[in-house]
Design a binder for this molecule. Structure first.
Ligand SMILES: Cc1ncc(COP(=O)(O)O)c(C=O)c1O
Length: 437
C-alpha cells in the first residue's frame, strides 16, 4: 500500500533524508510527520496544494483547519501586501487592533479580548487567567482533547492506554501536571466525581476535533455549566478549531456563554493570530503588575489586517452556508459508499468538517475512539493521496471544506475515497500509532 505513496513522491523522500539531519523527523511540528516520510509541499492555491514532485492534491486538511478562505486567497494577499509595506511589526500597539477586538467581541459575544499568535499560547494564558480569578489551582481537561503544546495541558491527549493520567510527551515533570485532572468526554458521572471547590476551570474543545470529530452530548454540556456554577469554577471553551466552523463558533451553535473562550486557526485567513476573550471581570485582571499576558508578535499588523478582512468580507454567513452545503455532500457521499460497499463505516459531520471511522458507530469519547482498528484507515489514506486528494490531516483529524472548494472537488474526493474504502476492505495497512500523534 505504501508503494502507492512512495512511487509518486521520490523528491519528498530525498528532502526528508536531507532535512532530518537538521530537524528531528525532518519537520517543524510532530503532527506533520507520517510514515515512511512526510510530504513536502511547494505551494497552494484555492482548494489545491502541490508537492515537490509536482503532484497536485485537492486539500481537505487546509492547514489543519486554518484555510477556510482557501489557499492564497486574493483578498488576503492584497491586504497583507498593503500591510507589509507599512511595516510587519511596529512594537507598540497597532492602531487597527481595537477595530478587530470590537469585531470579534461582537461576533462571539465576548466582553473583552486579548490577542496571542497561536492556540497553544492562548490556552496557556487562559488557564492562568482562570487561576488568577478564582484563586484556585486545579484544571479539568478531557481525555483526547488537545489544547496545544504546553506542559500543563499536554496530558492524556492520545494515550495508547486510556484511563490513567499520563503526560503526552517525554520531558513533562509530574509537578507540571499535578494540578491537571483528566476525565472522560460526554460522561456526566465521571465529571461529577472531579467537579469540586478546588477547581479553577474546566477546559474543553466544545466539539472534540482531535480524535476525528465527535458529537457533543448537549445534556453533558449543560451539566458541565451547571456544576461549574454550583462549585464556582470557570468554563473555558477552547475554540481554536470550532470557532471557525460556524459563524459564531460552538458557543453560538450551542447558545451558551462560557467564562473564557479561545479562538485561533481560521479566524485570520492563514496568518497567525489567536484570541483569549471572555467576561469583563476576568479579563480586567490582566495588566501590568496583575496578570501577565505578553507576546512580541501578538496582534501584528499583518495578522490583524488579515483577520479583519477574513471576518468581515470572507467568512460571512453565506460562506458558512456554502461550506456546510458542500460538507453535507461529502457526508452523504461517504454514507452511500459505505452502504454500497457493505463496509462498517460511521460518519459524523459538524458544519464544514467531518470525519469517518472504520467502526459501526461514531465514538463518544477517547476510550471508544482508541479501541478502533485504524489499519483500514491508513489504506484509505494512502490510496486517496495517490489519487490526488488529501482527505484529512490524519486518522485523528477531520476534513474541512473551504469557500474555494467546488462541487467537482467534492465529487473527486468521493471518487478517491470510494477507491480507498474499497481497498481498505481488502488490505490493512498497519502503521505504528504512537503518542506523538
Ligand atoms: C483545540 C486546539 N487547541 C489548541 C491548539 C493549538 O493551536 P496551535 O497549533 O496554533 O498552537 C490546537 C491545534 O490543533 C487545537 O486543535
Amino acid at each position: 500500500m505504501l508503494s502507492l505513496y512512495t512511487s509518486r513522491t521520490p523528491k519528498s523522500r530525498i528532502l526528508f533524508e536531507e532535512n532530518k539531519n537538521y530537524m528531528p523527523y525532518g519537520v517543524s511540528s510532530n503532527y506533520r510527520y507520517f510514515d515512511p516520510y512526510p510530504i513536502y509541499l511547494t505551494k497552494g492555491k484555492g482548494s489545491r496544494v502541490w508537492d515537490v514532485d509536482g503532484n497536485e492534491y485537492i486539500d481537505f486538511n487546509l492547514g489543519f483547519g486554518v484555510l477556510e478562505v482557501g489557499h492564497a486567497n486574493e483578498r488576503i494577499i492584497e491586504e497583507v501586501d498593503n500591510a507589509i509595506k507599512e511595516g510587519s511589526i511596529l512594537g507598540f500597539e497597532y492602531c487597527k487592533t481595537g477595530k478587530l477586538a470590537k469585531i470579534i467581541s461582537q461576533r462571539y459575544k465576548l466582553d473583552m479580548v486579548r490577542f496571542s499568535s497561536t492556540g497553544t499560547e492562548a490556552t496557556m494564558h487562559a488557564i492562568r487567567f482562570a487561576r488568577a480569578y478564582t484563586k484556585r489551582k486545579k484544571i479539568i481537561k478531557f481525555e483526547g482533547h488537545y489544547h496545544g503544546s504546553h506542559d500543563q495541558l499536554l496530558v492524556n491527549v492520545n494515550p495508547l492506554k486510556p484511563g490513567s493520567k499520563v503526560p503526552s510527551s517525554l520531558g513533562i515533570p509530574e509537578e507540571a501536571i499535578a494540578n491537571t485532572i483528566v476525565t472522560d468526554w460526554n460522561d456526566i458521572e465521571s465529571f461529577e466525581k472531579v467537579a469540586n471547590e478546588d477547581v479553577a476551570a474546566v477546559i474543553m474543545e466544545p466539539v472534540a476535533m482531535n480524535m476525528g470529530l465527535i458529537p457533543t452530548d448537549e445534556e453533558f454540556l449543560k451539566a458541565v455549566f451547571e456544576l461549574s456554577k454550583e462549585k464556582g469554577f470557570l468554563v473555558i471553551f477552547d475554540e481554536t478549531k470550532t470557532g471557525g466552523k460556524f459563524y459564531s463558533g460552538a458557543l453560538g451553535y450551542f447558545n451558551v456563554k462560557p467564562d473564557l473562550v479561545i479562538l485561533g486557526k481560521a479566524i485570520a485567513g492563514g496568518l497567525p493570530l489567536s484570541v483569549i476573550g471572555g467576561k469583563r471581570e476576568i479579563m480586567e485582571l490582566i495588566g501590568p503588575g496583575k496578570v501577565a499576558h505578553g507576546g512580541t508578535f501578538n496582534a501584528n499588523p499583518l495578522s490583524v489586517r488579515a483577520s479583519i478582512v477574513t471576518l468581515t468580507e470572507i467568512l460571512t454567513e453565506s460562506s458558512f452556508y456554502y461550506m456546510h452545503r458542500l460538507s453535507e455532500m461529502l457526508e452523504r457521499g461517504y454514507r452511500e459508499i459505505a452502504e454500497d460497499l457493505g463496509v462498517e463505516l460511521s460518519v459524523y459531520r459538524w458544519g464544514p468538517s467531518g470525519s469517518i471511522y472504520f467502526s459501526p458507530k461514531v465514538p463518544r469519547n477517547y476510550k471508544e475512539f482508541i479501541s478502533i482498528d485504524f489499519s483500514p484507515w491508513f489504506t484509505y489514506f494512502y490510496t486517496t493521496l495517490a489519487k490526488g486528494v488529501i482527505p484529512m490531516g490524519g486518522f485523528n483529524e477531520e476534513w474541512t471544506v473551504s469557500i474555494k472548494h467546488t462541487e467537482e472537488d467534492i465529487r473527486k474526493h468521493l471518487e478517491a475515497a470510494e477507491e480507498g474504502i474499497r481497498k481498505a476492505k481488502e488490505i490493512k495497512t498497519n502503521m505504528p500509532i504512537d503518542e506523538s500523534f
